[in-house]
Every structure is written in structure tokens, then in C-alpha cells.
Design a protein. Structure first.
Lengths: 203, 203
């Protein structure tokens, strides 16, 4: 979102699972991301995104009618709540976070459950995208970046079957070619090599 | 929120843990609440509240500046995400939902952990309320109703120690006397008698 709005940002690594007192002062919820903006620390990705949209309205990532904004928010929560709980934590947390946090090996029941759930979610996205150019309607919104944030993490560990749906793959190809995705596609997780298809625009 | 905005509503019980096909059509996320408004089904409490605020702006439950709205959203997510996960599910789900859903007895480790966590949350609310009239600032907002929604459920099962903080108790007394709370204080859960202090304005 910052890149789409051309807001420059300097990234800092935060070991939020070993929170320092200073980090908890910035965000008592103990979660990432936090953002320093105009000298003030902000927390919670959804609250931050709504604030940035109000403060830096151009280019818009929210549509212009109340009904369309409702649909964006519904989908943002869908991905950050339902998809996150059923898929992202079951796969990314098990395979990557646990290793980095020194919490041992993936729990195979969780991995199995996440691998099953992502299929239904890709089908749901396909249903949406069969009638819309973007996830929440005919313009690109925060809902697309929220979904893509989850999917790019899963794609890094090769947990997305792009052959399941042509429309979902086409949608992700559009997102992948956005300027905002450049740094995301350059990400490297220590100890987990980037698979060749991850940054490839013709995946 | 509906009562504050004088939107009349007819309530329907939904056994979301045994979802019907019709319910999943209304909300594919399979969660409550859903709201039929202007003939359209809406889902996700936060997306619904933002939509109602835009469609029925009076009386306002969001403040007028972007910075103040950020703080409301941060706290709404605090209660619906962090507080919900650390406290509400650990106590209300264990003691009430499981019984109604026929899922057996409370897990005492969860109950213990929720009873511990609520203390820290009440202290955090006290910190906020020592410098503000309401949770997110000097006007009553959606953040207050979100927090009160969780606390009223916990208060029904006598899991809130109102003696822990005078300012939090005073804040809840103000909320409790709102017209919006009249039906909430009349709620009765089948099989769980309402404790005498629950609906008492001088608790």
C-alpha cells in the first residue's frame, strides 16, 4: 500500500515474539506491523491502512461508494481473519515462523488442514473473480493487496497451486507486476531459499 | 450501534456452528453477525459498522479527524482480535458456548488463562481512561461499544472484577445507562441464569 501511494519507507526487522519494552510501548498489542508516520507510531495493519487512505488519498485504494467500501472491508477481514486462521497460520507459521522462532518442526495435522483449506479459498476467489475484474469489484483496492500479501507468503513456500484456477492466476499475475510488488518479490527469508517461480512474472 | 442510530432491527437466532446452506449463502465466512439492510445481506461486524456509520451518520460513532478515527479502529481491532482471543474465547466460549454447542465442559487451563489476561486488559483500559473521557478520546465511539460488547458477555458470567478499577467501572456505568444497552441488559441465555448485578445500573 505504501509503495502504491509512493510513500517511502525504511523497513526494520522486529522480533515481535521476543518483544522489547520499547516495542511494547510503541504497540501494546505486541504485534507487527507498526508504522512511524509523521512522527507518530501507528499499529494494526487495518487501522494503519484506513488511516493512510484518509491521509494520502491518491491513488485511491478504496472505491467511491459506501456499498463498494463495505465489500472491500468484508474481504480485508476475510483474508486477515478467516484466511489467516485457516491457511496462513497453518502453513506459513508451521513451516517458516516456527523455524525462525526456534519453536521446532511443523505440526503435520496443521499443514494438512491448511493445504486442504487453501483449495476452498482459491475456489471462493475464483467465484468472485468470474464476475469482477478485481476481488472487491471493478477497481483495484486494498482487498487485492490484502489477499496478495497472504498468497505471496504462501507462494514463497510453494503452497499455492496456481493450476487450480486460471482467473485467480491471471489476477495474481496482474498484482505481481505492480510496482508495489517489486520489493516483495525480492524478499529472501534467511534459511529458506526463494523458489524460482516466486519472482517470475510468467509463473 | 443500531439502537444508538435508532435503526430498528428484528433479531433472529442463528446456530452458526451447525450452518445451513442458506446461512452460508448469506455469509460464506460462516460467522455471525449478519445483517439484512435495505434488502441486502451484510456480514462481518466491523465491515457492517463502518457501512452503517457511512449510511446513517447521525448520531456519529466515529470522530471527525483521521487521527481520531485511527485510534477508534485500533481499539475496535484490539477488542475484537486481541481481547477476544485472550479473554472472551477463553471464558465465554469455555463456560457458555461449549455448553450450548454441546461441546462438553470448560477446559480449566483456558479459563485460568482468560481470568489472568482480563486483569491486564482492565489495567490497559484504566490507562486509557485516566486521560480520556471515553476509550478512544473525548467522544463516545464505536470503540466503547466494541469493548462493552465483550465486557457485557463476560459480566453475564461474573468474570469481570469491577473493583479492580474505579475509572473502568465508571465508564461501564455510563455505557450501561445508554438506551442501546436496554435490550442487552434484558438478555437471558437459556440454562445460564442472569446474575443480579448484570442489569443493575448501580452494580
Amino acid at each position: 500500500m505504501l509503495a502504491e501511494k509512493k510513500i517511502e519507507v525504511e523497513l526494520h526487522e522486529e522480533r515481535y515474539w521476543e518483544p522489547t519494552a520499547e516495542f511494547l510501548r510503541r504497540n501494546p498489542a505486541g504485534k507487527v506491523p507498526t508504522l512511524k508516520f509523521d512522527g507518530k507510531f501507528l499499529a494494526d495493519s487495518q487501522a494503519i491502512c484506513e488511516y493512510l487512505e484518509e491521509r494520502v488519498p491518491s491513488p485511491p485504494l478504496m472505491p467511491s461508494t459506501a456499498a463498494a467500501r463495505y465489500e472491500v472491508r468484508r474481504l480485508v477481514f476475510w483474508f486477515d481473519d478467516k484466511f489467516h486462521g485457516e491457511v496462513t497460520t497453518k502453513l506459513v507459521h508451521e513451516r517458516v515462523n516456527k523455524r525462525i522462532m526456534g519453536q521446532g518442526y511443523p505440526d503435520s495435522r496443521n499443514v494438512k488442514s491448511g493445504a486442504q483449506a487453501i483449495k476452498q479459498h482459491l475456489d471462493y476467489m475464483e467465484n468472485l473473480l468470474e464476475n469482477r475484474r478485481w476481488l472487491a469489484g471493478d477497481v483495484m483496492t486494498l482487498a487485492d493487496f490484502t489477499a496478495a500479501a497472504h498468497l505471496s507468503c504462501l507462494d514463497y513456500i510453494s503452497d499455492v497451486d496456481w493450476n487450480r484456477s486460471v482467473v485467480v492466476k491471471d489476477w495474481y499475475a496482474k498484482i505481481k507486476s505492480r510496482p508495489a510488488f517489486r520489493t516483495i518479490l525480492a524478499d529472501v527469508i534467511p534459511g529458506v531459499p526463494q523458489p524460482p517461480h516466486y519472482a517470475d512474472l510468467d509463473f
